[in-house]
Design a protein around this ligand. Structure first.
Ligand SMILES: Nc1ncnc2c1ncn2[C@@H]1O[C@H](COP(=O)(O)OP(=O)(O)OP(=O)(O)O)[C@@H](O)[C@H]1O
Length: 263
């Protein structure tokens, strides 16, 4: 790689002709593209298209079958990850405050002492997702929406440069989705790189300038309006494309005036 190429990818993530799959079956291949530093990108595609597989490959949880990933000089600690809700064990005996504070593990270590400043920041993060006063509640006692807010608070605490979200708004009501989308917009404004697996194409067209659309084992990567064309949507979703098309009349998310950790 030339010095110029290295500079171009610093702080970004570049996939070079990667492929992944399970056992003998490839899920997708020849995936090439760059998540530029500070970019906001959705990963879309039908059920089973390989969206989570792409996330897991980028996180190093499954081996690549081909190609390589250039992390632009970033380390694992630079990544914040929100898994799908179904993949999280909520039976673990943790309270809300503990879970948020676990976002500081990269500085405290898993068993390190938490200082007053970190506690204060944890309270700020909880306040920002409207969970103040719930610090002592067990995580198993939260509603799905409250728990998702809590996971976003943990990401705030983590202060990661790259944030990867796998279906972050599934099963959430409109106000919770609006609040969390507002957080995503703030992360972009702060220059963080945000990558989100999403099913709602209206959310993608309204909030995500870039998209990776997985279809039939290939990735279509680019500006959202250039990728989410009727032809590619048909290829991705087949006969269900009309249900996925971003043509509905969902009201746009209005920015909220709030004091928070960005104030
Ligand atoms: N651990 C695994 N072992 C074997 N096959 C798997 C495994 N995980 C996923 N798959 C298969 O890989 C393919 C892609 O799965 P993946 O979960 O990445 O899709 P997805 O696009 O995220 O789907 P969804 O929208 O339903 O969450 C599917 O056919 C799935 O059955």
């Amino acid at each position: 790689m030339t010095r110029t190429e290295a500079q171009a990818t610093t702080g970004g993530i570049t996939l070079h002709d990667i492929a992944a799959g399970y056992e003998r079956v490839p899920v997708w291949q020849h995936v090439t593209g760059t998540f530029a530093p500070g970019s906001l990108t959705a990963i879309a595609g039908a059920n089973g298209a390989g969206k989570s597989t792409l996330v897991r490959a980028m996180l190093g949880e499954i081996p690549l079958r081909a190609g390589r990933i250039d992390y632009g000089g970033q380390q694992p600690r630079d990544f914040g990850y929100l898994p799908q809700a179904r993949d999280i064990d909520r039976g673990f005996p943790l309270c809300v405050a503990d879970l948020v504070l676990s976002g500081a593990w990269r500085t405290t270590g898993a068993f390190g002492a938490v200082n007053a400043r970190q506690r204060e920041r944890a309270e700020q993060c909880l306040r920002h997702v409207r969970l103040s006063g719930m610090e002592e509640r067990g995580i198993g006692d939260l509603s799905a929406g409250q728990f998702q807010r809590l996971l976003f608070a943990r990401l705030l605490m983590q202060d990661a440069r790259v944030i990867i979200l796998d279906e972050p708004f599934t099963a959430l009501d409109a106000p919770t989705t609006r609040d969390l989308l507002h957080l995503v917009d703030h992360w972009r404004d702060e220059g963080r790189t945000v990558i989100a697996v999403l099913h709602d194409l209206r959310q993608i067209t309204r909030h995500f300038p870039n998209v990776v659309l997985l279809a039939q084992g290939a990735a279509h990567w680019g500006a959202t309006d250039a990728v989410l064309t009727p032809a590619l949507l048909e290829r991705a979703y087949g006969g269900t494309a009309m249900f996925a098309c971003p043509m509905g009349d969902t009201p746009p998310v209005e920015p909220q005036q709030e004091t928070g950790i960005w104030a």
